[in-house]
Design a protein around this ligand. Structure first.
Ligand code: PLP
Ligand code: TYF
Length: 397
């Protein structure tokens, strides 16, 4: 019955992680998968998250079924986190549901586009996260690209991006990263976002914002600039958000999908459509992670503690960027170290070429994602000198 099924292509990022785990080299360094590690090389259990979870456990709540869309409190908290107080005051109406991670939000959004809006195509940045392709193609959409980043020069292809948007048909769906672009770490300035939103509006396009790293760029509020600016327009749009990184709840699989609509009736009907899609897929979401986040965000003290822990994580990444770039500059590297210094979020598109990557892996057991994406939090005081020396070695003239 199953003999015709051929071996599947592995997930490129996950399989790199597996190769790293099996590598016996004592100085191996994982700069591959997007996980935040602290200065000791551990994935943190955030203190605010731990306290919220303790409180939850003390309540000894039964593990009953949640509503299909998750709790109303969680939905309001997601809206406030993404849009601030403007969410409540806006003339626009948001339909928000809990999802199985940011990935689940992307898949639910893709199903919604297919089944309720008859969309058959989406435009994603060139390059983008490999799973965007997998998720959207898997949902039956054709994936096209718009110009975004030139890996040779290290520059954002801003004009080409605007031109591409201007040429799209009305109603075309464009996937945008509001902050911490994965994989390039290259974000738009506020002025550039305004210009993009202008074109989206003029061409009546349908933006789908995917925000998986809120708080890792410039700050919890600043990272939502594009979302909040778009909320001020009359555009309908989708937002997928993830709590994997910024609450370090990776394995709890917690995220949200929000759809911005023109009227309360429309938002209610959209929410009904999302519930139908969830119901016939996995019925309702898991509760442990969402209850932790509800307890965390509902308590002023815990919310502030969390925000300050997140700010420290962001600062650590920025400091790591500066240290690595300085080490490379002082060592006389041929690599454009300014990319490492200036890009935002967890990743840097270093410009290291295929041969240099392979040398880093073969000679030093340092793992990066092709073509040259480095996950900065994999660096710490114990391995920074080792990695700096290795990159200098593979990039010396
Ligand atoms: N979108 C982007 C750009 C990501 O990098 C990720 C990765 O973690 C996700 C979505 C998915 O997040 P999650 O792990 O919550 O499914
Ligand atoms: O890009 C990354 O490394 C993160 C984590 O199938 C990730 O987004 C990578 C691959 C994957 C799921 C998550």
């Amino acid at each position: 019955m199953f003999n015709h099924i051929k071996p599947s292509a592995p997930d490129p990022i996950m399989s790199l992680m597996e190769a790293y785990m099996q590598d016996p080299h004592p100085k191996k360094v994982n700069l591959g998968i997007g996980l935040y590690y602290d200065h000791q090389g551990n994935i943190p259990l955030m203190r605010a998250v731990h306290i919220a979870e303790q409180r939850l456990l003390e309540q000894q709540r039964p593990h009953t079924y949640p509503p299909i869309e998750g709790s109303a409190l969680f939905a309001r908290q997601v809206q406030t986190l993404l849009f601030g107080e403007a969410a409540a005051q806006s003339a626009r109406h948001l339909a928000t549901v809990q999802t199985v991670g940011g990935s689940g939000a992307l898949k639910l959004g893709a199903d919604f586009l297919c089944h309720y809006l008859s969309r058959r195509e989406i435009w994603v940045s060139d390059p983008t996260w490999a799973n965007h392709w997998a998720i959207f193609e898997g949902a039956g959409l054709r994936v096209n690209t718009y110009p975004y980043f030139d890996n040779a020069s290290g520059e954002l292809r801003f004009d080409a991006m605007l031109d591409a948007f201007s040429a799209l048909p009305e109603g075309a769906v464009v996937l945008l990263h509001p902050c911490c672009h994965n994989p390039t770490g290259t974000d738009l300035s506020q002025a550039q976002w305004r210009a993009v939103i202008d074109v989206l509006q003029r061409r009546r396009l349908l933006p789908f914002f995917d925000i998986a790293y809120q708080g890792f760029g410039d700050g919890l509020e600043e990272d939502c600039f594009a979302l909040r600016e778009t909320l001020k327009t009359d555009l309908d749009f989708l937002v997928s958000n993830s709590f994997s990184k910024n609450v370090a709840l990776y394995g709890q699989r917690l995220g949200g999908l929000s759809v911005c609509c023109g009227s309360a009736d429309s938002a209610a009907n959209v929410k009904g459509a999302l519930k139908t899609l969830i119901r016939r897929s996995y019925s309702c979401p898991p509760t442990h992670g969402s209850q932790i986040v509800e307890a965390l965000l509902a308590d002023d003290h815990l919310r502030q503690l969390w925000a300050s822990e997140l700010a420290s994580m962001r600062q650590r990444i920025k400091q790591t960027r500066v240290s690595l770039a300085a080490g490379l500059e002082q060592g006389g590297t041929t690599l454009d170290y300014r990319r490492i210094r200036d890009q935002k979020g967890m990743f840097s598109y270093t410009g290291l070429n295929e041969q240099q990557l392979s040398q880093l892996r073969q000679q030093y057991s340092i793992y990066l994602v092709a073509p040259g994406r480095m996950c900065l939090p994999g660096l710490n005081q114990h391995n920074l000198d080792y990695v700096t020396a290795a990159i200098l070695d593979v990039t010396l003239p």
